[in-house]
Design a protein around this ligand. Structure first.
Ligand code: AMP
Length: 203
């Protein structure tokens, strides 16, 4: 072993899990306002890609179908973006808590994450009545021109992908890390549940 090799500093992480429309992005952005938290969304990372590039075009096409982007591409881009955020001083690991929204989404991604991160808490945002989420997605499709939210069959596909992959992905983490957050209640109650979970786990 090379004694002078730099030590890999693991990221301290809170994971946001949740089906489309559950508010991962909204709550991630709110947490990003708290000093010491840095929110990162892989969905947003992909939506910002240049569609004129070959890779960007292939990824946007995958998203349009409601399918997942391949694991290696996702992890690679994820690492590059976090590295850049660190270089430009937006993210300060390991001092800052990294709030991951939409990553990991597969067991393979979870394995890759576990190599570079210590997961402190998993917030599982969901509600018993998925019709509430479909309604939110319709509104978002109109307000934000999100193509993947506009098509009912793509929405159903994304729910199925989420349910199948989430269970398998969560098996890579201790069950005790998971806190379920009901997103059918008023926002202030969601905020309070998330705040309480963070205070318990990150204190
Ligand atoms: P989201 O904004 O998290 O709902 O993600 C929108 C879309 O981006 C998903 O339906 C996937 O096509 C793609 N995506 C986001 N995160 C991932 C990920 N971790 N792995 C693979 N595909 C992803």
């Amino acid at each position: 072993m090379n004694a002078t090799a730099p030590q890999v500093v693991p990221y301290q992480v809170v994971l946001l899990f949740g089906p489309p429309g559950s508010g991962k992005g909204t709550w991630g952005k709110i947490l990003n306002q708290i000093p010491g938290f840095y929110h990162f969304s892989t969905g947003e990372m992909f939506r910002m890609l240049d569609v004129d590039s070959d890779l960007g075009y292939r990824i946007i096409e995958t998203m349009r179908r409601g399918e997942l982007v391949p694991d290696e591409i996702t992890f690679d881009l994820w690492q590059k973006h976090l590295h850049n955020a660190t270089l430009i001083g937006r993210f300060h690991p390991p001092k800052d808590t990294l709030v991951l929204d939409g990553f990991p989404r597969t067991p393979r991604q979870a394995e890759m994450l576990n190599r570079v991160a210590e997961v402190k808490l998993i917030l599982k945002l969901d509600c018993a009545n998925r019709d509430i989420l479909v309604e939110r997605l319709h509104r978002r499709a109109i307000l934000e021109a999100r193509l993947d939210d506009a098509n009912p069959s793509v929405i159903r596909r994304r729910f199925t992908v989420y349910d199948t992959d989430t269970e398998a992905t969560l098996r890579n983490f201790s069950e005790g890390l998971v806190e379920a957050i009901d997103v059918a209640v008023p926002p202030v109650q969601i905020l309070s549940a998330i705040g309480a979970a963070l205070a318990r786990r990150l204190a």
